[in-house]
Write a protein that binds this ligand. Structure first.
Ligand SMILES: NC(=O)c1ccc[n+]([C@@H]2O[C@H](COP(=O)([O-])OP(=O)(O)OC[C@H]3O[C@@H](n4cnc5c(N)ncnc54)[C@H](O)[C@@H]3O)[C@@H](O)[C@H]2O)c1
Ligand SMILES: O=C(O)C(=O)C[C@]1(C(=O)O)C=C[C@@H](O)C=C1
Length: 368
């Protein structure tokens, strides 16, 4: 794979993270990047996420062995229409990272006329953050990476793509685009809609009760973190997976009517049962920790999956005489530590902690 050319279109969180993972594994390959946002391109180059900037998509695809489209899903569909018009290297592999698959894979059938292979892809990990600054080579470590090859796709092309993406350390699985969209609708797209709707509910009530926001602590923050993600990305996902989301919404409305009924009748047994069944199912999900005390002075720190990282963070704060009242690991997915939530005693302590952790090269931020 060395001395080969990789071209990535869209250098945000996901495109940037994939670029870093590829560079780590295939050190002699050349990674070219293109983005409509010039600033993202400049940052990507200066952070060495890419080796070279491609001035246009047409020059970027020239001689590229691997092309990765990492833009919002509606743009990805448009870009496929554009890519088929260009002079692509024979035997090149083209993939995408979009959160929906059916529409993209259908559009990509246009590549059949060319001597290239398109394999749809979706790394099932991410963040509410956007942009190349948030990109990390370890973002997909241990996460599932879904591939949706066509039935006629040659096995060696799938293996080839997995080799390219080996540095992600993700677990590859294959399924049809239809199954992908159904499953992703249930565990990702619909929950996102609910998170956003909870925020809307609080935002409406906040006009009458200004204290609400200050009181919105652990629970509300946990369940709505994803509502801080890119509205462009999520608009596109919902447009693409409209039927799945609409059908889940209908089920949800029926379920809420049922819940309304058991609350109205104040049937303690039914209410208990409702929570107990949910708890049992939720507890069955691997590796989640509970028990944080909500705090108004929270600081969030991105941490890689290294032994000793928590003691390093707490040690840095101890040296500065900053007390932590609570510490909690917020996983963004299974098997990997993602974000540390530190609760501090005061605003001043939080500002000091932010400064000293940043000085020690940790990525720390105040709002999650
Ligand atoms: N964020 C997540 O958690 C996550 C996880 C898995 C997959 N995805 C998918 O990855 C894709 C990218 O998401 P992201 O989180 O990296 O978003 P992002 O906003 O961080 O990055 C998207 C980038 O695409 C660029 N872009 C938009 N239109 C373009 C065009 N026409 N040509 C070139 N560049 C263009 C933007 O300028 C931006 O830099 C989306 O399809 C999303 O569904 C996201
Ligand atoms: O952790 C988050 O912030 C995410 O929302 C990641 C998440 C998800 O729903 O799990 C979001 C969309 C992607 O397609 C894949 C992963």
């Amino acid at each position: 794979m060395d001395n080969r050319k990789v071209f990535i279109i869209g250098l945000g969180l996901i495109g940037g993270s994939i670029a870093l993972a590829i560079k780590q594994e295939h050190q002699n390959c050349q990674v070219y990047g293109y983005d409509i946002n010039q600033n993202q391109l400049k940052v990507a180059k200066s952070l060495r996420v890419i080796d070279e900037v491609a001035d246009t998509i047409e020059t970027g695809v020239k001689d590229a062995d691997l092309i990765i489209v990492a833009t919002p899903v509606s743009k990805t569909e448009e870009l496929i229409l554009e890519l088929v018009n260009y002079d692509l290297k024979p035997s090149a592999i083209i993939t995408d990272v979009g959160s929906t698959k059916e529409k993209i894979v259908n559009k990509a059938k246009l590549f059949a006329e060319k001597d290239v292979t398109f394999i749809g892809g979706h790394p099932m990990a991410g963040s509410h953050k956007t942009g190349v600054e948030a990109a990390k080579s370890h973002l997909f470590e241990n996460a599932f990476y879904i591939l949706t090859p066509a039935s006629e796709t040659e096995m060696n092309k799938i293996i080839h793509l997995q080799n390219w993406l080996k540095g992600t350390k993700a677990k590859f699985i294959e399924m049809s685009p239809e199954q992908h969209d159904k499953l992703a609708g249930v565990i990702s797209h619909f929950p996102h809609l609910i998170a956003a709707s909870l925020v809307h509910q609080v935002s409406k009530l906040e006009k009458e009760e200004p204290m609400l926001l200050q009181l919105a602590a652990g629970g509300f923050r946990d369940i709505t973190r994803i509502a801080s993600a890119s509205p462009v990305m999520w608009r596109d996902i919902l447009v693409h997976n409209k039927q799945t989301v609409l059908s889940l919404l209908t089920n949800w409305q029926t379920e809420m009517e049922r819940v309304k009924g058991i609350i109205e009748t104040a049937d303690e047994k039914d209410i208990y049962q409702y929570f107990e069944t949910a708890k049992k199912f939720r507890d069955g999900l691997p590796t989640r920790q509970k028990g944080a005390i909500p705090s108004f002075y929270d600081l969030f720190v991105d941490v890689p999956d290294h032994p000793g990282v928590i003691s390093d963070v707490t040690g840095i704060l101890a040296k500065e005489g900053i007390s932590i009242t609570n510490i909690r690991i917020l996983e963004t997915r299974e098997d990997i530590m993602g974000v540390l939530r530190l609760s501090l005693r005061s605003d001043q302590d939080r500002d000091r902690a932010l400064a000293c952790l940043t000085n020690n090269l940790y990525e720390a931020y105040i709002s999650s």
